[in-house]
Design a protein around this ligand. Structure first.
Ligand code: NAI
Length: 338
């Protein structure tokens, strides 16, 4: 029976990378009945809500989504659709695997990077609690709870145990934010005690940023509250080729949304040059989640092969191919493994 999955192509380059990804998944032979729903800046303006009811209804029904980027206005306009989605579906864990792609030229190409970043996804400074105290003075509330901190820590440790990861590094700024980050780090320590086989250490976020650039190969699993997680996970993406190549997953107890972590790239939208690797890699995580590991492995191997070969890469990673040529090369590799 076909899987029912919500497809949110998004806007900008979203529809281009979504189409490419749908084609690559189809080549694996996994049957998916896509419930395509429009989620774009235009429809959000039109419906006046960051999360139009048709999108929420579809995700509540299918419980799984594959999502492209959505343009979000800066310093005003509607609320971030991603933040709203994560809150409404309680997608508390943001998971981002960051690994070296063979053959891809980066500043760190001679280093084997292989880490997974776990970011708390529902609170911290992303709670949206901001107000103007008096003219020209704004207060933004950083919310850290024991409930959410224990939940993300447990999720990361359980992942590490299941996937034979060896070390978890919790990242914080508890030397300054002694109460809020202090609570986060105490929760991490408490959970770590239940997983004695996994090494555990802590780094202050500024030091962690430096270490990531100087010795990225020493990191295994990172565990962070929301804001540091957002920033550090983009830094980590930059180590392996940028936002166009890293996947992302937003996981809850009942729902999961897999998404490309890059934005809508208005500068290249509609030109057929977008790199679909990030969304394809997110789809690989999705295939594993729905219980199709063989298809996930085939797609992963195909992507690796195309990168190693290097002749059909898109412009952002130093090639000359368009989205279609790259996708055709991935599909040819998937089919050759059949
Ligand atoms: P961006 O990620 O869209 O673009 C940054 C740079 O990376 C641009 O030069 C772009 O051409 C390039 N790029 C990104 N993805 C690429 C891909 N797959 N292939 C080739 N090149 C790629 O970030 P920017 O410009 O800061 O944001 C644009 C819009 O996207 C904003 O409205 C922002 O709010 C929104 N956004 C949405 C996200 C989401 O829905 N998950 C995440 C990040 C930003």
């Amino acid at each position: 029976m076909a899987y029912q999955i919500t497809l949110l192509p998004g806007d900008g380059i979203g529809p281009e990378v979504a189409e490419a990804t749908v084609r690559a998944i189809a080549a694996t032979g996994v049957e998916i009945e896509w419930d395509r729903q429009e989620l774009s800046a235009a429809i959000i303006e039109e419906t006046g809500t960051s999360l139009p009811p048709h999108v929420l209804e579809s995700l509540e029904r299918t419980r799984i989504g594959l999502k492209g980027p959505v343009t979000t206005p800066i310093a005003g306009g509607f609320k971030s659709v991603n933040v709203t989605l994560r809150k409404r579906l309680d997608l508390f864990a943001n998971v981002r695997p960051v690994f070296t792609l063979p053959g891809l030229r980066t500043r760190f190409q001679d280093v084997n990077i292989d880490m997974v970043i776990f970011r708390e996804n529902t609170e911290d400074l992303y709670s949206g609690l901001e107000h103007e105290v008096v003219k020209d003075v704004v207060e933004s509330l950083k919310i850290i709870t024991r409930y959410a901190s224990i939940r993300i820590a447990r999720y990361a440790f359980e992942y590490a145990r299941k996937n034979h990861r060896k070390k978890i590094t919790a990242v914080h700024k508890a030397n300054i934010m002694k109460l809020s980050d202090g609570l986060f780090i105490r929760c991490c320590r408490e959970v770590a005690a239940d997983f004695p086989e996994i090494a555990y250490n802590e780094l202050i976020v500024d030091n962690a940023s430096m270490q990531l650039v100087m010795r990225p190969e020493t990191f295994d699993v990172l565990l962070l509250p929301n804001l540091y997680g957002d920033i550090v996970s983009d830094l980590a993406a930059g180590l392996v080729g940028g936002l166009g190549v890293v996947p992302g997953a937003n996981m809850g107890e009942d729902h999961a949304v897999f998404e490309a972590v890059h934005g809508s790239a208005p500068d290249i939208a509609g030109q057929g040059v977008a790199n679909p690797t990030a969304l394809m890699s997110s789809a690989i995580l999705m295939l594993r989640h729905i219980g199709e590991p063989a298809a996930a492995d085939r797609m992963q191997k195909a992507l690796m092969k195309v990168f190693r070969d290097g002749t059909h890469l898109t412009r952002d990673v130093g090639g000359t191919a368009g989205t279609e040529e790259f996708t055709d090369a991935v599909i040819a590799e998937i089919e050759s493994q059949a």
